[in-house]
Design a protein around this ligand. Sequence first.
Ligand SMILES: [Zn+2]
Ligand SMILES: [Zn+2]
Length: 346
Amino acid sequence: MTMNAFLKRERAYGGCFDRVPVPIPAEGEVLLKVHSTAICGTDIHIYAWNGWAQANIKKVPLIMGHEFVGTIVELGKGVRSLKVGDVVSGETHINCGLCYQCRNGMQHICANLKLPGLHRDGSFAEFMAYPESCLVRLPESIPIEYGALMEPLGVGVSAVENAQVAGANVVVVGSGPIGLGVIAVAHAMGARKIIALDVMEYRLGLAKRCGAEHAVDTSKSDPGEFVREQTHGVGADVVFDASGNPRAIAGAFKYLRKGGEVHLLGLPSEPTAIDLAPDVIFKEATVYGYHGRKMFSTWTRMLGLIESGRIELESLISHRLPLTDAEKAFELLLRGEDASKILLLP
Ligand SMILES: [Zn+2]
Ligand SMILES: [Zn+2]
């Protein structure tokens, strides 16, 4: 049996649409019929074949994609907790279960992580085989396509639940899908004032819909001045960076208040210069980094927030396209057109 899939076939720019064999679930895995799958920043790196992708992709041909929701259509040997017909979303950090991190409650940063769409075939396909241990059943009350947003939203939930946001003045740098998720969750968790930053008018509009009180276009005005003005000269209590922009990150340490927190979610593509003495040491700033979601406490909290109606996910989705339009979707994102999350429907 064969299926449609969007692949990285050559170690070069782009991707292609092709017929490939339907995968066979290994022991402990299930076969899913993919319902929707979303394009992530990582997929754009892989499609564009930048330096990061060249260094990290070992296997081609490779079915791309890692943010997905689907219905189980077949069980591999030994699967115990899931059944045919279950709707599941995927935790993309497939961990080994044996390393130091796995044995000490940090499975999400396992030393031997394997990610779909990077190390093994991913979700830009009609079917996908996936380990039972990394799937999460989606409650019926949550619209099925939201399952494809859980993975990126979870990064934001993980950061916000670790931050002191209740009653705090919060700045979110970068209003792409990750930043918008952070805004929605920080709003739900009782932030006092959320200031969103971006350079795209379209995204700033979405930031306001997700709960930001102010949305500042940093190509037109100085965010530092604005933050100080809004906080009576004190500075931001908590900053989340979802931009990965080295200049924006360095700038954030300047308008962070003394004793404040910086949470880093965006991935800079080059080293970032921070002036440690004034901006971290004398300031007593606390800095956190995030790679993924806690397995699986972040998922539990995230599903609770969505089911309670406290976060609204519709604003995060800008396009729903058939999988056959994957190339068009990537080109649209690379041109910087108005978009946030694009869902591909196999
Ligand atoms: Zn992702
Ligand atoms: Zn491990």
